[in-house]
Design a protein around this ligand. Structure first.
Ligand code: DC
Length: 227
């Protein structure tokens, strides 16, 4: 008997708590968590380290073919590799966030990564988060969510996250960075970030992480009747 594969799609701007919440939701449902931002970040890291022109979509697409990006799950946690190098921590550096946003603006790059993401969702039930999941990657997803929060809340959470990773970055710097990325992600020509008409809005402004998780998980359960 074929087991039914279910997809949950979550989009939203940076720092809305998408990855933490999507990971928790996947664990609760027994689905695989797919962090698509990590894929754009990996290409951003490669371009940053090799000095590839981030305005040159063809060069970036060739670079993507060369770096041997792989996704592996270690104790249920998604790791990204460039060849044999586990880059899961390196891709979280603030300068790589900006590089990821730049490389993600190119149609050639998106085409290749979207195909890769769709293949992952064909094989297993997933909770997948990103910017274009509801409209482009998984338009037939059983559940679609647009997760957001105010810029100030998102910046505060990012400062905290960076602190836990050992870097002290001033609030104003983090906020300016988030505002710039929001603008770029929402105004690029290819698959700009926006709320899909059929996506359910969850605004976590003022929520604790736990409240955000509960809101998302209960909506998924109600909508998908999965569990
Ligand atoms: O979610 P994140 O911050 O890890 O994403 C890094 C960058 O990648 C973000 O600026 C936009 C881009 N991105 C995208 O364009 N499409 C996705 N599905 C995921 C991320």
């Amino acid at each position: 008997m074929r087991v039914k594969v279910i997809s949950v799609a979550i989009d939203g701007p940076s720092g809305a708590g998408k990855s933490t919440i999507a990971r928790a939701a996947a664990a609760e449902l027994g689905f695989t968590y797919v962090d698509t931002g990590a894929m754009y970040r990996t290409l951003g890291l490669a371009a940053y380290e090799r000095g590839t022109d981030m305005d040159d979509g063809d060069a970036l697409s060739r670079l993507l073919d060369e770096i041997g990006m792989k996704i592996e799950y270690i104790d249920g946690v998604q790791h990204v590799f460039m060849g044999n190098r586990d880059v899961s921590d390196d891709i979280r550096r603030p300068e790589i966030s900006m590089a990821a946003s730049k490389v993600s603006a190119h149609a050639q790059v998106r085409k290749a990564l979207v195909a890769f993401q769709q293949e992952l969702a064909r094989r297993q039930s997933v909770v997948m988060d990103g910017r274009d999941i509801c409209m482009h990657v998984l338009p037939d997803a059983a559940v679609k969510i647009y997760l957001t929060a105010s810029v100030d809340d998102r910046a505060r959470r990012r400062v905290e996250q960076l602190r836990e990773m050992g870097s002290e970055v001033p609030f104003d710097e983090v906020k300016a960075d988030i505002e710039k990325r929001d603008y770029d992600d929402m105004h690029r020509e290819v698959s700009p970030l926006c709320q899909a008409p059929d996506a359910h809005l969850i605004d976590t402004t003022g929520y604790t992480l736990e409240q955000g998780m509960n809101a998302v998980i209960s909506y998924i359960k109600e909508k998908a009747h999965v569990l």
